[in-house]
Each structure stands twice: as structure tokens, then as C-alpha cells.
Write a protein that binds this ligand. Structure first.
Ligand code: 5AD
Ligand code: SF4
Length: 454
């Protein structure tokens, strides 16, 4: 074996599989960064890995059950593996937090269980595993996880491209009655201004042009400025907009009750804040909104949409909907359909209600039959799809600024991001990272096609 090859065989490889939301995507990246210093390199193939981390989601039953089917496959893979190549299997994320020890009982093949608040301690926890221990770490750390994470790996950021996520807020104090997040991610914590600005600069230095600020309740973010005044998300956006080289900003996910004036103003005044907002409402029925503990009415949401549209007329909205929440009647569902028709979304996500252990919704009366949930979901999704098509078609003939992200499938074609997040395929010789005007010529079911404008 050549020396180079011998060296290669000493490199440890980690495969991280991400389930669920964008925050999990960000967390997986940060876990990769924290393992970097331990000599791990990322691999895209589980067969090739020395360490496999499953970064899980607990939001609906289906997402959580997926973990156990994947663990079944990994158990077989491990049994069939050459014993000279040991494999460590870890479960991280929200199922780890919610189920803890139970995971080891159900899947003894797992070596390590780490909740979302403690993954900065992965290197030390892996050391315990190497010493032959099974490790479960789901306590909330007393220290600030983010302050203990290493800097972003510049090369890894470059490889991921010109857009990046940045967590600014974590956890939730709203306690919607369907939702596990307050239990898996804990209560609301906002990262301090300077920490966020430094991380944003680091990303921009590595070539990032567009940053999406993340939080389970991102517009609940608050902090203290350098001169001691209280800041809300709108103020933070203005501060980040000053970073040289940063071209675009987004944030997700927001709660309607936390859309304050400074944030709505930012939509009107900050050109680089993209005209796209994911603003979940969940239902159009006041009765169901109350049972969900959303703390607002359908009318409040519609008025809010109107105010934001007034500040930024070209803004596109997306949302989340749950059908079949306990007690939802046909009439309640019709109210949701009516609300969707009134708003006109550019895209939206809809789900059948999934009872989650420990949440108030799970023990409410009036659970809706699966068949009824299916019918309602189909109707809602057809309406949303129709709105998405209409939105895309409305862009034909328009000139749109596109951030070039990667090469396209055809010769001379590049793929980029429209201001509304939807991808655009463009014939152009522009380079990755450039923002170019594009004349939109066609719309497919979920993307746009166009030519570089001169
Ligand atoms: N059942 C179905 N959908 C849910 N969501 C959250 N909890 C549940 C649940 N128990 C949906 C909501 C939320 C999105 C992230 O997932 O619509 O906004
Ligand atoms: Fe899933 Fe919520 Fe955890 Fe994200 S925060 S991974 S959506 S349970």
C-alpha cells in the first residue's frame, strides 16, 4: 500500500442523514464541523462510513417511525460488515430528545443518543463510545451550544454553495396543542447579535451570497444591540444587510403573532430581504385555531397578510396547514379552503393531523377518521397546487433576478434561485454566485425557465 493510501485508510468517515426541517439541515452541518477537528471527513455513502449519525425529526409519527426502519437496515449492514471495520451508530435530533433511552431498548444496535441541545459535545461523547459505553445525552446543556461550536469549515461551506442557513433562535414557548417542538427543542432562546453577525460574516467570507435565518419561531427573536437597546428581528435584518458581500436575506419560520411593525417595515425598506414569506396559519377556522392554541383568529391573519402586502406588493406567501385536527368539522375545513382562496399562496405545505404523545391534542375528543383526513388533504393539496401553477405562470414574460447556484442539466444551462425561492433554469454563461436578470419564458409544475436578459 502506498503511503498516501495508508494515510487515507486512517481517515475516519462520517455519514450524516438528515430528516425533517431546515434547522436539522443546519444542525447536521454544525455536527459535521464539530467532528472536523476529530479527523472525520464527510462521506455520502453509509457503507463507507465509520460513524453514522441519523439526525431525526419527531414532528409527525411517520417521520419518527422512519428512524426505526432505517435502524433495522443499519443493524443488518453492521452484522454483515468486516469486523476489522467497526461502525458506530448515533441518533441525534428530536427523536433522540423525545425518546432518549427508549431508542436503545428498541434498537440495541445504537451506540449513542444525543439531543439537539448537546451536539456540540459530540467529540467527547464519541470518546465514551470508544471506551465501550452506550451514551444517552438528552439533558439541556447549561452552556451555550453555539459558543462551543467550532468555526464553520470554509471548504465545507464552499462545497454547499452560495446559499446558507443560520440559526438565530431555537425552541418555542407558544405551545400549539398539536406540536412537539416545545418539548423537543425546549423553550425559546435567541442567539446574541454579535454571535450571529460574526457567523454571517464567516459564511459570506466563504462565498455565501444568500442567508436564511432560522428559528422555530424566528420572528420571536430578540436581542440587545451594542448600545444596549432592545432589538427585534427587523433590527437584526437591517444590521445583517450591512455586511459587505451579502446579497440576499430570508427568514423562516414565523408565527403570525410575532410579525411586528419593525419586521413589516423591513419588508418594505430592505431591498435585499427577499419578497417571500413562510407564514403558517394551520387552519382557517376560529374554533380550530382556538383549540390549537394559536392565539389569533383567521381575520387577524388575513389583515396581517394585507399589511405585509402593502409594505411589499411583490411578496409571495407560503404556509403550513393541518387537516383533521380533533373536532374539525366539514364547516371548519371549508373555512380553511376559504382562507387559502383569499390569500393565494405561491406554495404551501399541508399535513394530516398526527397525534403526538405528550401534546394536549393527542388526548382531545373528536379525533377525525383517517378517510376524512385523506379526503380533506387531497382537496386542499389540489387547491394549493393550482395556486402554485398560477403563481408560476404569472411570472412568464417578467424579468426576474436570479442567484446562480449550480450547473443545469443541459449544455449552457445554469440553475438559480428566484426571489420567491422557486428554482429557475437559465441559458447563460454567468458564474455561480452571480445575480443576473432573467427573462422568464416558461413555467413547469415547480420551477421556471428563462434566458439571461441583456
Ligand atoms: N400533525 C401534523 N402536522 C403537524 N405539524 C406540526 N405538528 C404536527 C402534527 N402533530 C405541521 C405544522 C407545522 C409544520 C412544521 O408541521 O403545520 O407548521
Ligand atoms: Fe422536526 Fe420540529 Fe425537530 Fe425540526 S424541530 S426536526 S420539524 S420536530
Amino acid at each position: 500500500m502506498s503511503e498516501a493510501k495508508e494515510k487515507n485508510s486512517n481517515i475516519r468517515k462520517v455519514y450524516i442523514k438528515t430528516y425533517g426541517c431546515q434547522m436539522n439541515v443546519y444542525d447536521s452541518e454544525r455536527m459535521g464541523d464539530s467532528l472536523d477537528g476529530e479527523g472525520y471527513v464527510a462521506t455520502q455513502s453509509p457503507e463507507d462510513a465509520d460513524l453514522i449519525l441519523l439526525n431525526t425529526c419527531h414532528i409527525r409519527e411517520k417521520a419518527a417511525e422512519k428512524l426505526y426502519s432505517d435502524l433495522g437496515r443499519l443493524r443488518v449492514m453492521r452484522e454483515e460488515r468486516d469486523p476489522s471495520r467497526p461502525l458506530t451508530i448515533g441518533v441525534t435530533g428530536c427523536v433522540a430528545q423525545a425518546e432518549g433511552d427508549e431508542i436503545l431498548r428498541r434498537a440495541p444496535t445504537v451506540d449513542l443518543v444525543v439531543g439537539p441541545q448537546t451536539y456540540h459535545r459530540l467529540p467527547e461523547l464519541l470518546q465514551k463510545v470508544r471506551e465501550g459505553k452506550k451514551v444517552v445525552e438528552t439533558e439541556y446543556a447549561v452552556e451555550d451550544k453555539f459558543a462551543h461550536l467550532p468555526h464553520h469549515n470554509r471548504q465545507a461551506v464552499r462545497k454547499r454553495g452560495v446559499t446558507a442557513f443560520l440559526t438565530v433562535q431555537e425552541g418555542c414557548d407558544k405551545f400549539c396543542t398539536f406540536c412537539v417542538v416545545p418539548y423537543t427543542r425546549g423553550s425559546e432562546v435567541s442567539r446574541p447579535v454579535e454571535q450571529i453577525v460574526d457567523e454571517a460574516k464567516e459564511l459570506v467570507d466563504a462565498g455565501v451570497k444568500e442567508i436564511t435565518l432560522l428559528g422555530q419561531n424566528v420572528n420571536g427573536w430578540h436581542g440587545v444591540s451594542q448600545n444596549g437597546s432592545q432589538w427585534r428581528l427587523g433590527d437584526l435584518l437591517y444590521r445583517l444587510a450591512e455586511i459587505d458581500g451579502l446579497k440576499r436575506l430570508r427568514y423562516t419560520t414565523s408565527h403570525p403573532r410575532d410579525m411586528d411593525d419593525s419586521l413589516i417595515d423591513a419588508h418594505g425598506n430592505l431591498e435585499m430581504l427577499m419578497p417571500y414569506l413562510h407564514l403558517p396559519v394551520q387552519s382557517g377556522s376560529d374554533r380550530i385555531l382556538k383549540a390549537m392554541n394559536r392565539q389569533h383568529k383567521a381575520e387577524d391573519y388575513l389583515k396581517l397578510i394585507e399589511r405585509i402586502r402593502k409594505a411589499r406588493p411583490d411578496i409571495a406567501f407560503s404556509g403550513d396547514f393541518i387537516v383533521g385536527f380533533p373536532g374539525e368539522t366539514d364547516e371548519d375545513f371549508e373555512a380553511t379552503i376559504k382562507l387559502v382562496e383569499e390569500v393565494g399562496y405561491s406554495s404551501a405545505y399541508s399535513f394530516k393531523y398526527s397525534p403526538r404523545p405528550g401534546t394536549p391534542g393527542a388526548t382531545m375528543k373528536g379525533h377525525v377518521e383517517e378517510k376524512v383526513k385523506d379526503e380533506r388533504l387531497q382537496r386542499l393539496q389540489a387547491l394549493i397546487l393550482d395556486q402554485q401553477h398560477r403563481f408560476l405562470k404569472s411570472k412568464i414574460g417578467k424579468r426576474v433576478n436570479v442567484l446562480i447556484e449550480k450547473a443545469g442539466r443541459h449544455d449552457g444551462q445554469m440553475v438559480g434561485r428566484s426571489p420567491w425561492l422557486l428554482p429557475v433554469a437559465v441559458l447563460t454563461n454567468a458564474k455561480i454566485g452571480e445575480i443576473i436578470p432573467v427573462n422568464i419564458t416558461e413555467a413547469s409544475s415547480n420551477s421556471l425557465l428563462g434566458n439571461a436578459a441583456n
